[in-house]
Design a binder for this molecule. Structure first.
Ligand SMILES: Cc1cc2nc3c(=O)[nH]c(=O)nc-3n(C[C@H](O)[C@H](O)[C@H](O)COP(=O)(O)OP(=O)(O)OC[C@H]3O[C@@H](n4cnc5c(N)ncnc54)[C@H](O)[C@@H]3O)c2cc1C
Length: 590
């Protein structure tokens, strides 16, 4: 059995000391979300996840989902855990009050996502999809659709899906073939096959509301001709299936508790969401939150993997401390005495805490983007444009690295199912693939977001960074953080100029360096987060607050600046190396 304790102390630090979220809630009209409420709700949610979702997680992996005669049965315990969470009103946390929700700030919802993923990622994706459907529906759906579906989807009594992928169209959604034709009553008839549809069929809820990408007759070619439709499994007035069948679920490497379905739409009735042919832009609009949530998958699994591998390491005894025996009463010291073991554990911890800070910052920016005044909206929108692909790609890459290290640091036990950690590694591996592969995120950053609006996004980002460095320039205690941060920021500016200049003449140059550029970018953002966390910790110590938490934070900042940020030197060299060594390799010699 694995264990999980929600990282409440770290969130108290981030929410109230680093990002001052209660000022944000107050200013943005989240009146009910004061400090006590935030802390209490987060604690309750963490406890619910630990006590109800976590115990089902290993069964989800072991028994998986069962497909029989077009129906999918979820693993043991999943339905009870789902119903309990629905009954508590938790799924509606971010929904509007008029739909039974609590209108929580998005930074809070982001923390909820992390805990849910740690406890049971398979269940957490069902809830994330429901929220995605709810957002699309309530932002762009017609009133009759909102009246029929919003409350039930928000509560979790009805679940949702995103149906984009088709057998021949994954990244290149412009090639989809699912057709929609209009019917006399204003609805549409959809026909086509979607594959890899998460939670496309299951027994958690009475109805499943699919958001489906399809093409209208005479639509423009490619991605400009895609429309979005809401297609329910059961029609609202009748109790019969709406021409949707599930013809199978995938056998997968991990995430066995999540059914990945082939769905056939056969003259299924649906309703247009938003304007015709605007399906891709609507999806992209929603992607900001979804991609942040996907980045959190890396963190959620990275955190639970860290906690369990740490438990093993503090007990496991092998060898002696190289500088002399530590524990005379035992035949061996714990493996925590070994520098390499410490390197692995501390890298995991630094990955997690860095991404948690970045995710929290982005959560507050999403709130500013939705509710701030005009100036802060513009600023937050520019930052979100840049940081969304970064958190998706970096968060999930680091999640994979962290879960892999969790296995490595445990030795053979890490590889064996009994100890639970190998499941996290198999489960997290999907995160760099779905919601747009990480390669596509990197292209989005390097090819679109940095040049958008003549570089305004980047200027919006550089300004707070440079200001922070300036403010701390004269503080010797901060120099070990601000100096490498400054170097990294300057390096980022130079790499960006190179990418733009060379990339204009040769798109292969830009595309070849995009992934390394994106990681460099992400590491620089983490450096900024670590420097900010160090600033707060130093201030707390200077104020005489006795709490080992701050010492640990400062020491972990040292780990980040010594073990992780230096990777940027190699990353920059790889970006500068360009594309020729890749593109000149003859196809026949692969
Ligand atoms: C478990 C699971 C659950 C999923 N859930 C859903 C879901 O709920 N709804 C849904 O619609 N889809 C879902 N998907 C599909 C998922 O989003 C796609 O697998 C993903 O978008 C990649 O598409 P693909 O698999 O067709 O890979 P491909 O598009 O064939 O890509 C293969 C490789 O080529 C690269 N590549 C492709 N095009 C380019 C390019 N232009 N430039 C550079 N590199 C490129 C990719 O980065 C990748 O490395 C799911 C998939 C899985 C495995």
């Amino acid at each position: 059995m694995v264990r999980y304790d929600a990282p409440l102390r770290d969130y108290t630090f981030l929410f109230h000391e680093v990002f001052q979220v209660t000022d944000i809630s107050e200013r943005l009209g989240y009146e009910d979300w004061d400090r006590d409420t935030i802390d209490m709700m987060l604690e309750e949610w963490g406890e619910l996840m630990r006590t109800t979702w976590l115990p089902t997680n290993m069964d989800g992996d072991k028994f998986g989902c069962i497909y029989e005669n077009g129906q999918v049965t979820m693993p043991p315990g999943f339905k009870d855990a789902w119903d309990l969470t629905t009954a508590g009103g938790w799924f509606a946390a971010a929904a509007k009050v008029e739909h039974g929700g609590m209108e929580c700030p998005l930074f809070f919802r982001n923390a909820m996502d992390e805990f849910a993923i740690s406890a049971n990622m398979a269940l957490s994706v069902v809830s994330a999809l429901g929220l995605g459907v709810y957002d699309l529906l309530t932002t762009h759906g017609e009133a009759h659709l909102i009246d029929t579906y919003a409350e039930k989807v928000a509560s979790g009594r009805w679940c949702g899906t995103m149906c984009l992928t088709e057998p021949h169209a994954g990244t290149d959604l412009g090639m989809i073939r699912t057709k929609a034709v209009s019917l006399d009553d204003g609805s549409y008839s959809l026909t086509g096959t979607k594959m890899f549809i998460t939670s496309g069929e299951h027994d958690l809820s009475d109805n499943i509301i699919h958001m489906v990408l399809a093409k209208l007759p005479d639509a423009p070619e490619g991605s400009r001709g895609i429309s979005l439709f809401l297609v329910p499994k059961y029609l609202p007035d009748e109790d019969n299936v709406n021409g949707i069948s599930c013809s199978g679920i995938e056998e997968k490497m991990g995430l066995h508790g999540s059914p990945t379905c082939v769905l056939n739409f056969d003259a299924s009735v649906g309703w247009l969401i938003g304007e015709a042919n605007s399906g891709m832009s609507l999806m992209f609009e929603m992607m900001n939150r979804e991609r942040l949530a996907t980045g959190m998958m890396g963190l959620g699994l990275g955190e639970v993997a860290y906690q369990n591998s740490l438990d093993w390491c503090v007990e496991r005894r092998q060898g002696r401390d190289l500088r002399g025996v530590k524990d005379l009463h035992e035949k061996a010291d714990t493996i925590l005495v070994h520098p390499d073991v410490r390197r692995m554990l501390l890298k995991m911890k630094a990955n997690n805490e860095g991404i948690r800070a970045l995710g929290t910052w982005i959560g507050t920016l999403l709130d500013e983007m939705h509710r701030g005044d005009e100036e802060s909206k513009v600023h937050a929108t520019a930052l979100i444009a840049l940081l969304t692909p970064v958190i998706k790609a970096l968060g999930t890459d680091l999640g994979c690295e962290t879960c892999s290290l969790a296995i490595q640091v445990m030795g053979g036990a890490g590889y064996c199912s009994e100890y639970g950690v190998e499941q996290f590694y198999r489960d997290v591996r999907i995160a760099p693939i779905w919601e747009g592969t990480n390669g596509i995120q990197a292209l989005d950053l390097a090819g679109r977001k940095i040049t958008q609006d003549f570089g305004r996004n980047l200027r919006s980002l550089m300004w707070p960074l440079v200001e922070f460095i300036e403010e701390n320039r004269d503080d010797p205690a901060m120099a070990r953080y601000t100096k490498p941060l400054h170097q990294s920021v300057r390096g980022l500016q130079q790499l960006t100029l190179l990418m733009v200049a060379e990339g204009m003449g040769n798109p292969h140059f830009l595309a070849a360096g995009a992934t390394d550029y994106c990681t460099y970018f992400g590491n620089t953002m983490l450096a900024y987060m670590w420097a900010r966390m160090a600033r707060v910790s130093l201030d707390a110590k200077a104020a005489g607050i006795e709490d080992s938490f701050y010492d640990a934070k400062l020491r972990l900042a040292d780990v980040f600046f010594a073990e992780i940020l230096p990777d940027n030197v190699g990353l920059a060299a790889k970006v500068q190396a360009g594309h020729k060594h890749l593109m000149k390799f003859p196809e026949a010699s692969f």
